[in-house]
Design a binder for this molecule. Structure first.
Ligand code: SF4
Length: 216
């Protein structure tokens, strides 16, 4: 047993969630995250990701890439991508609590291996796993006042990893943002702005936190 998570031998053929293991084409592993860099975390792979074996390659992922490229950030060089669960839920339903609990130790191990400094949390599932329950808009407002991730807010499975990362790295920033699918993107948030505008602002905040972390 590795002390950085569950049994490594099972990582490449994990079947902890029988329904997802039966319906997936493949497990979608996180892509490399530069050490002390930016890690984008979404909910789960979609159909394109399941087929191609890489996260954030569908339309929503490309929209996010385009936003980050505007800030000079390229995938696999300046940021990596991961999901809360690594297998596609059938019909793109939300992963259930057991599936999330099953998969978080893999994310836990990945965080400890790559030690990201800034987490960009895409959508409400990733946001609630790291920042606790609450409406996405409320989390976004809160992150603007204080973007530092507190271990106590995170899912209990992740708390030890986050404490260790804080100890080694003097704080991690966690920035929630709306899902980047076209439908979600063009709707209005409670403050009247479109979710797209809010998404752009949150990416800017994440980039600012990354620059701050490099400067200290
Ligand atoms: S979602 Fe995660 S825990 Fe569940 S079967 Fe896939 S890799 Fe394993």
């Amino acid at each position: 047993m590795n002390n950085c998570g569950p049994n490594w031998n099972r990582e490449f053929d994990c079947k902890l969630c029988p329904r997802l293991a039966a319906s997936r084409i493949q497990i979608v592993f996180p892509t490399p995250c530069p050490r002390a860099g930016l890690l984008v975390i979404g909910e789960a792979p979609g159909a394109d990701e399941d087929e191609l074996g890489e996260g954030f390659v569908g339309q929503a992922g490309r929209a996010l890439d385009a936003l980050l490229v505007r800030h000079g950030l390229e995938r696999n060089r300046d940021y990596g991508v991961a999901n809360i669960v690594r297998c596609r839920p059938p019909g793109n339903r939300k992963p259930d609590k057991t599936e999330i609990d099953n998969c978080l130790p893999w994310l836990w191990a990945f965080l400890l291996r790559t030690r990201p400094k800034v987490l960009l949390l895409v959508g409400s599932t990733a946001t609630e796993v790291f920042l606790g329950p609450g409406p996405l808009h409320w989390h976004i407002e809160r992150s603007r006042k204080s973007p530092v991730l507190l271990a106590k807010d995170a899912h209990p499975i992740l708390q030890p990893a986050i404490r260790r990362l804080h100890g080694a790295m003097d704080g991690i920033f966690a920035i929630p943002m709306p899902h980047t699918s076209g439908m979600a993107w063009n709707r209005k948030a409670p403050d009247g702005k479109t979710w797209r505008e809010i998404g752009e602002e949150q990416v800017e905040l994440a980039v600012g936190c990354l620059e701050l972390s490099y400067a200290t």
